[in-house]
Design a protein around this ligand. Structure first.
Ligand code: HEM
Length: 119
């Protein structure tokens, strides 16, 4: 993973970010509903993959077609996507991630909006 991963303390920090981020996501019915049919192992994977991706794990790992195929059927709205970003931003603020790095992380996520949000 990229330097951001190391800069903010590696695995230990990522674990806390993952836990806090998903705790918030799943406490909101309008976001939790997307995961209602997702098996636990896939859910656990999503938690880690999402945060790893946001922290700069090489994007080649996630082929656009794969992201598109996994998400289009979920009918995720722009509002839900925005909310996901807001939650992540709050968690990053709590973890004292610097503004410039927060912006980079949120920009990476924003770059995938057209694949995640229902077209
Ligand atoms: C940049 C943003 C995102 C990335 C990189 C990402 C990444 C992924 C990946 C790698 C998978 C697994 C694909 C597979 O092998 O089947 C997946 C599936 C999934 N994602 Fe995301 N995701 C993102 C955003 C979101 C958002 C915003 C939501 C909901 C609010 C969401 C909900 C789900 C669900 C429910 C699945 C499971 C689909 C299934 O059961 O087949 N994802 N995501």
């Amino acid at each position: 993973m990229g330097s951001m991963f190391d800069k903010y303390g590696g695995v230990d920090t990522v674990k806390i970010i993952v836990e806090n981020f998903y705790g918030e996501m799943l406490s909101r019915p309008n976001l939790r509903r997307y995961f209602s049919d997702t098996p636990m192992d896939k859910l656990a994977m999503h938690q880690v993959e999402f945060i790893a991706y946001a922290l700069g794990k090489p994007k080649a790992f996630y082929a656009d077609e794969k992201l598109l195929a996994a998400h289009q059927k979920l009918r995720i709205t722009d509002a839900s996507f925005n909310q996901t970003k807001d939650i992540l931003e709050d968690v990053l603020i709590d973890m004292h991630v610097e503004p410039v790095d927060r912006k980079d992380i949120l920009d990476i996520i924003e770059g995938k909006r057209r694949l995640i949000v229902r077209q």
